[in-house]
Design a protein around this ligand. Structure first.
Ligand code: PRT
Ligand code: ZN
Length: 230
């Protein structure tokens, strides 16, 4: 039988903010694996679960295209993808299984220090730089605000200084990047954290059983972590 039929495959960020904690979670769930340097895939030694290392932005597609059964990715990426697909009239084909207790951040509006902000209406008619045009677009629509969304692929925080935008909509965690760029956070657009997603395709019994077991173990790991903080 094709081993792809029997082994689960999970997509994890190759190198970035979610990588260490995603792998740590899998280890705490009992998975043993050896990750060689620059290795794109590693095989679970004691569970039928293999890890594929990819860019975080590719994870929703890998899961919907059934290349991977599972993926760990930020809700910000999931939500942007979901809205982008809905805008094209295509329903998303991945399912949110569980929120994970790491990767917390927020997608926020931030304005230059000298910007006179007096509530969300102050951004009407302004240019907003972001890498999340669909999530921002929904935020504006829900508040009936007409503003120009300037979609960039990165370096959003310097867009106001370059004259490309009046304000930005970007991810924030500690807030120090905003301060360093003379920007201040004024509105939260989306709260985010890492999450486990799965393919909507029905899995063979044995694989479905392993997904259930993995979810129970994740629950256990997260509860232990929580009780440590209390
Ligand atoms: O290469 P690849 O495409 O895989 O990685 P990436 O560069 O797109 O993503 P990466 O590793 O930066 O982030 C992966 C995920 O981590 C994001 O999709 C979020 O779900 C989550 N996350 C949590 C964050 C942050 N915190 C965060 N602070 N992602 C990005 N940032 C950036 C933010 O864009 C800004 O530039 O960090 C800066 C702000 O941080 P503070 O602490 O100064 O506020
Ligand atoms: Zn990315």
């Amino acid at each position: 039988m094709d081993t792809r039929q029997q082994r689960l495959r999970i997509a994890v960020q190759k190198s970035g903010r979610l990588t260490d904690e995603s792998l740590d979670l899998l280890r705490r769930c009992g998975l043993k694996f050896n990750r060689g340097k620059d290795q794109l895939m590693c095989y679970g030694e004691n569970m039928p679960l293999d890890v594929l290392f990819v860019r975080d932005d590719d994870i929703p597609d890998l899961v919907q295209e059934d290349v991977c059964d599972l993926g760990i990715v930020g809700l910000n990426v999931i939500e942007e993808k979901r809205l982008a697909m809905a805008a094209r009239g295509a329903p998303p084909r991945f399912e949110l299984l569980q929120r994970l207790d790491f990767g917390r951040c927020r997608l926020s509006l931030a304005v230059p220090d000298e910007f006179e902000y007096a509530g969300v209406d102050s951004i009407a008619g302004k240019r907003i730089a972001t890498t999340y045009p669909h999530v921002l677009g929904r935020f504006l629509r829900e508040r009936s605000i007409a503003a120009e969304v300037v979609t960039l692929s990165g370096a959003v925080e310097i867009a106001p200084r370059l004259g490309r935008a009046d304000l930005i909509c970007d991810l924030v965690s500690t807030g120090s990047t905003l301060i360093a760029n003379h920007l201040r956070e004024v509105e939260v657009v989306l709260e985010s954290q890492a999450a486990l997603v799965r393919t909507p395709i029905a899995l063979p019994d044995e694989k479905a059983d392993w997904v259930r077991r993995l979810l129970m173990r994740i629950d256990g790991v997260q509860q232990v972590k929580e009780s440590k903080y209390i």
